[in-house]
Every structure is written in C-alpha cells, then in structure tokens.
Design a binder for this molecule. Sequence first.
Ligand code: HEC
Ligand SMILES: [Cu+2]
Length: 401
Amino acid sequence: MVNPQDASPSPLTTARQLAGAWWSRAAVAALGLAALAGCDSGKQRDIFGAQGPSAEISAWMYNYIFWMMVVIFVIVAAIFTYAVFRFREKENDDGAMPKQTHGNLKAEIAWTIVPTFIVIGIMVPTVTSIDKLMDINHMAGLAEGEFVDPNQVVYVEVIGKQWWWEYDYRAFNGLKDPEAGTTDPANWTHEHMFSTANELHVPAGVPVYLNITSADVIHAFWVPRLFGKRDATPGRQYPLYFMAREPGVYYGQCAELCGESHALMAIKVFVHPTEGPDSYDKWVESQKQPAAAPVGALAEQGKELFISKGCIACHSVRGDERTEINYASRSRTTGPDLTHVGSRTTIAAITMPNTKENLTHWIWKPGEVKGNAIMAQERYNPTKVTEEEAAAIASYLIRLK
Ligand code: HEC
Ligand SMILES: [Cu+2]
C-alpha cells in the first residue's frame, strides 16, 4: 500500500509545472525586452542606423559575419538533425555497438580546410575594413590616390575625464592641419583654441579627425550611428576619423567602465549644415568670442561668487584675466570650460537639460546629480555655496551663450 503522502508527483505534473514556469519566465523576458526597446525609440544609439562611412563599414562587417554565421548554423543544424533521426535507436534495435571508425582521411581534410577558408573569409574583410577606418581619405569619400586638404579637416582633441568629455578645437575656425604651427601650447590664445564639453559640434559632409586621449582612467568614445568605439587611454593618443553625412543630433556614451558615474558620461554630437544660419562656421565664430559680461545685479554678484568661491580653480571663462585659462600651463581645465556654457543644451555630460533650475541644483549639490564627481568631493572642492549663492552663479552662467 502506498501512502499518498510519500507518493512522488507524477512526471506529467512536474513537466507541466516546469512548462508553466518556463512560459511565465519567457513572458517576463519579452516584456523586459519590449521595455528596453522603448528606451531607444529614436534609434539614437543604434549601430544599424549608420550615418556616414565609418559606422557603415562597421555595420557592413557586422552584417557580413552575421549572415555567414547564419549559413554555417543552418548547415550544421541540418546535418545534426539528420544524424539524430537517421541513427536513432530503432524499434528492433539489437543494442549492439555500431561500427566504430577511425581516421577518415577525407573527413579530416574537409574539416581542416573548411574552417581555414571561413577564417580567411573573416580575416580579409576585417583587415581591409580596419585599413579603411584608419584612412581619412577614404572617410572623405575620395578615390584611391586622392587626398583631403588638411585645412579642410576638422580637428578636435577629445579628452576623457571622470565623468565628462573635453573637446579642444585647437584650430583656425575649428579647421586645422594637425601638423601646422599651433601645436606649441605656449602659443595658444583663445584665437587659436576654444574648448567645450560633452556636446561635440562638427559640420556635415566634412571629414573629422578626433585625437582621443584621457586625463585619468581608460574611457571609450562611442557614437554608434557615426563611428565605432575608440579607447581613450591616459598617455596615448588614438586617432579616429569619421564623416557625418546628414545634419542632425547623434547620441553616444562612454563605452568603458570608468568608475562610479560611468553611466552618466554621455555624448551628444551636433552635425551642422555647412551653410545657412545654423552653419558650423557660425557656431565656431560664436564659440571663439570671449564670454559676455554679466548683465544685471544678480548675474554680477554671481560672477564675483564664481571667483571668490573658488570655481576658477577648476573652470575657465575666457575674456577676463581673473577667470581665464592660462594656455601655457593649462590651468583651470580640471572642469569644463564655461565660456559659453549657456549655449549648451545639457550639463554634466548630458545628465540634465541646461536650465537655470538644474544649474542651481548642480552648483549647490553636484553629488546629488552625479555620485563622487570631483566637483562634489569635499577634498577637491571645500568651498560650499548656499542655494541662494548657487542661484546667483547660475543666473550668471546661463547667460554665457
Ligand atoms: C575641484 C574642481 C571643481 C571645482 C572647484 C568646481 N567644479 Fe564645476 N565641475 C568640475 C568638473 C570635473 C565638472 C564636470 C562634471 C561632470 O560632468 O562629470 C564640473 C561641471 C560643472 C558645470 C557643468 C558644465 C557642463 O558643461 O556640463 C558647471 C556649470 C559647474 N561645474 C560650475 C561650477 C561652479 C559654479 C563652481 C563653484 C561653486 C564649480 N563648478 C567648482 C570641477 C569643479
Ligand atoms: Cu568614461
């Protein structure tokens, strides 16, 4: 007699329960994926929405290898399925060991040669693609033997810092022959260099040369629709060439875990038309200007606080000796250049829209916005401002268009 208490559940029930669990898990996963897909509604960080030669080469490589793998998968799965059915245990099977074979020369040769060709089939386009990515003439869409005019290349130095990006437009009009005479920092003035943060501006249809480095740890610069990842490594300079075809706004992200606020280290690229009121040249002209003088009592007070509260230890505002960057020693570059901070659409590496309220919040309590940011750390920034002082400084900074 079996005690019902001891009876093990029937295998069928267990399988049903498992199936139930499996289905509910799949449903949760599907919902999660749908939610994630919703995040990217504008396809803003989508490698398949390539916009320009650099990202197109990467997307092409991805598709090429993907379809190659699909073909290999289908062949292997077909052979496997055939073998499973063809050689399964038959009803009248005598249970004896099948015939064992060893060392089939034809099979050995086949499975050495086929993978060799697969590897060559991946290697050749990979090497040619890397070669194209590292060739600014190719980025500019030129034929073999044609070369871009170095003065028509936009050259920007990109410096990764915890947790934001500095862009130095060390150039005449932001256009520069990197070999031409302004590389000596002692010769730099704001005529030769302006600096922005996080929001990169480039013209459409013009090749761009980014020289990428880091001031602290390893970061990686990545704007999926425009180009693949490039490491930003301290003490090294890595070139990255790209060209954006269409004017527009493109988003990116630091792609190398670089510490606590790595996730709050985003990138926004504005691609300007080459002509018209919104042209790249107009943007460059406005950025080259020194900062506007404060207007109104509150903004004036804000500027004085900006100096007396020690903000100038890390930030520069060009156009006044008391706040201006020293180009030779590169002092006042720990934090973003704020000469035209009011012209940015966001602050703190795309973390918040650039409004007076958000600026006040950031200046008053940066640690609430970005954990462990240098500006929030007591040991680097011992001077605390009150909410009123922060509001005064914000009303000064927001007008620096
Ligand atoms: C110890 C250096 C340091 C000091 C002092 C400092 N900051 Fe900052 N500040 C930074 C750094 C670094 C960032 C970049 C933060 C980030 O996005 O991760 C920053 C960002 C900012 C930004 C946002 C800029 C942008 O484009 O995103 C503003 C505005 C700002 N600081 C204002 C101030 C004001 C006002 C003071 C004085 C009350 C001040 N800072 C003091 C280092 C400093
Ligand atoms: Cu980073």
